[in-house]
Design a protein. Sequence first.
Length: 511
Amino acid sequence: MSKTAATPPQAAADPSRWKALVFIALAQLMVVLDATIVNIALPSAQTDLGISDGNRQWVITAYALAFGGLLLFGGRIADKWGRRNAFVVGLIGFALASALGGAANGEAMMLGARALQGAFGALLAPAALSLLAVMFTDAKERAKAFGIYGAIAGGGGAVGLILGGFLTEYLNWRWTFFVNIPFAIIAAAGAWLVIREPAGGRNRAPLDIPGVVLSTLGLVALVYGFTRAESAGWSDAVTVSMFIASAVLLASFVFVESKVKSPLLPLRVLLERNRGGVYLSLGLAVIAMFGLFLFLTYYLQVVKGFSPVKTGFAFLPMIAGMITGSTQIGARLMTRVAPRLLMGPGFLLAATGMLLLTQLEVGSSYPALILPAQLLLGLGMGTAFMPAMSLATHGVNPADAGVASAMVNTSQQVGGAIGTALLNTIAASATTAYLTDHAAEAAAGGAAAKLVQAQAMVEGYSSAIWWAVGILVASSTIALTLINTGRPGAGGVVASGSAEDAEIKVPVIAH
């Protein structure tokens, strides 16, 4: 290996890296909060703006389509412009889009604001993760930094439920948008002042326009297909055509990327088995997580009669578990054991928590069943998320760090869309089957009919949660079999990609 490779310029620690982490974490929290905070506010916003029941899903879908579809493009822009520049532009754009959403006076303005939030989020999210990848190169420091980031990525959604409940109940739904503005301003100002990127980390190759078009359209078709399946059914003609179009577009994208000189997504980023294992196992785990948020929220509010604020607080054990798993278990053990020995058992522990929730009944006790299940889930996911976030940029060329980071967000976003649609459809089918079997009791009216309705809902949730258990077991299996890297800091510099790139590798995780 050349002299440059033996002492890479990236090895020198950035003196502002911990200050930078504060602002990167703040921005990540804002993006993750936004994914759930609007769900709580949606009923109030729908009434105020006169959005029809048929169109209300677009408040969520407009964001998901723009975010999921543009992530790879956003990651490559971050590599090309510089991650700090992309990060700051993403924050400012997100703040302006949030102001537009909070000031919305009708359906069109609201949907436009949500799409803009998604677009700027797609620039911001990969820039944030890739900044961590290139700024934290020491194994122990990297473990701590990604522990904090992983805790926020995993637990921020539940925090959004609490904050959304408070803002909607005590102020106004518009504040679920306005609350992003101070977050964004502080994070953008701080990032501009303290973040200094390592030299030589930009990818100045010309932009792969065919790749941008094919990947964006393919991901949009995939996310929309799953979103539509939830409302229109899996056999709906538009749903089926979206899945077919997505398969054709994404296959064409892979073909183009294998041929062009400067691809949007170099296939080496995907084909390295450790990164591939992370993207796949994390995407599957998020399917289970999104389904759980949905079912527990409805169970607590509709079946148990919890208020939005009380429901948000009911998720605190999961947040506590995630923070503990990520910062106390994952971060402490990551420099001592191989990542697969954290990810595999972590997903299995989460599956155990999910297994407890299959016993959910109308009269289930929160302290006896839901609380311990959430703690196990949080501990497991936090322990697994932390090494997964770090390993996502495993041995990657710094010039590809943005697009490698974008792939993590893409796997989570697509996993979330699949989870919501797939598990909701399973739950709805089980609920319908239960009501059909108990039609006589449901027709009787009064308290008996209400009880049957509640039991049918819970039957649907528990059926879907069984699927989530299986999905988490599959995540664990993939992590244990595909991921084969050793513990971080074992020595040496990872060489991945082409030979000519070998001189500018970040010394992250050694084989």
